[in-house]
Ligand binder design. Structure first.
Ligand code: E4P
Length: 226
């Protein structure tokens, strides 16, 4: 499974990129608002992220009609070659995805909550589809089970002729809230997990690693003093 970072924070991206294990970044309007982002700086900000990450960077459209989404998507795609246009899974989003994919532009269909939505995203030419895990948990449903259903359904078919350059659609586990979400996604073979920086740090840590390191250090002191 690949790890994407789910943030618009340049410091987090720079730090996580230095760990050498991050394959991409996903952003959304909420994440951009969270860092105090301004409309007139949006495209420059996405460009800065693209310069930091050697991999796909999802930038979300906010239009509600297919024409608006296509216009925004075409503009976003000019920012850098690694921009992926993020489009909500809805009728206008599907139509816009088809147009963008036919122009060779990679799309990440977001806000996906069901198997039929994911299948339609794939048919419309999406390069990625992002089922949201945590938002199901927020309403006391099992987001991991939903993710598993989507991953299995997509794996039943060959979508390589639907998208850009014969690339097959990949599933991005999104709205990830814990290292356990990452574990469960990986156990079911999901292609990618996009994780907030805090969750990524938790994925690196384990109490036995921390204790084991402390023990090695203490023993190494003994070696030095022997
Ligand atoms: C990523 O592509 C999604 O926009 C993000 O993971 C949503 O996360 P949230 O449910 O915590 O807002």
């Amino acid at each position: 499974m690949k790890f994407f970072l789910d943030t618009a924070d340049l410091n987090e991206i720079e730090e996580a990129a230095s760990w050498g294990a991050i394959a991409g970044v996903t952003t959304n309007p909420s994440l951009y608002a969270k860092i105090g982002g301004r409309l007139d700086d949006f495209q420059s900000h996405i460009k800065r992220i693209c310069d930091l990450i050697d991999g796909p960077v999802s930038a979300e459209t906010v239009g509600t009609t297919r024409d608006e989404i296509v216009r925004e998507g075409l503009e976003l795609a000019t920012i850098a070659p690694n921009v992926v246009v993020k489009v909500p899974t809805m009728v206008e989003g599907l139509a816009a995805t088809r147009v963008l994919a036919d122009k060779g532009i990679r799309v990440n269909m977001t806000l996906c909550f069901s198997v039929p939505q994911a299948l339609l995203a794939a048919r419309a030419g999406a390069r990625y589809v992002s089922p949201f895990v945590g938002r199901f948990d927020d309403i006391s449903e099992d987001g991991i089970e939903q993710l598993g259903g989507i991953a299995t359904a997509l794996s039943n078919y060959d979508f390589s002729s639907c998208g850009v350059d014969g690339e097959s659609i990949e599933v991005i586990a999104a709205s990830v809230r814990s290292a356990n979400h990452v574990t469960q996604a990986a156990l079911m073979g999901v292609d990618i997990a996009t994780v907030p920086f805090g969750v990524l740090k938790k994925c690196v840590e384990h109490p036995l690693t921390t204790n084991g390191l402390a023990r090695f250090m203490a023993d190494w002191e003994k070696v030095k003093n022997a």
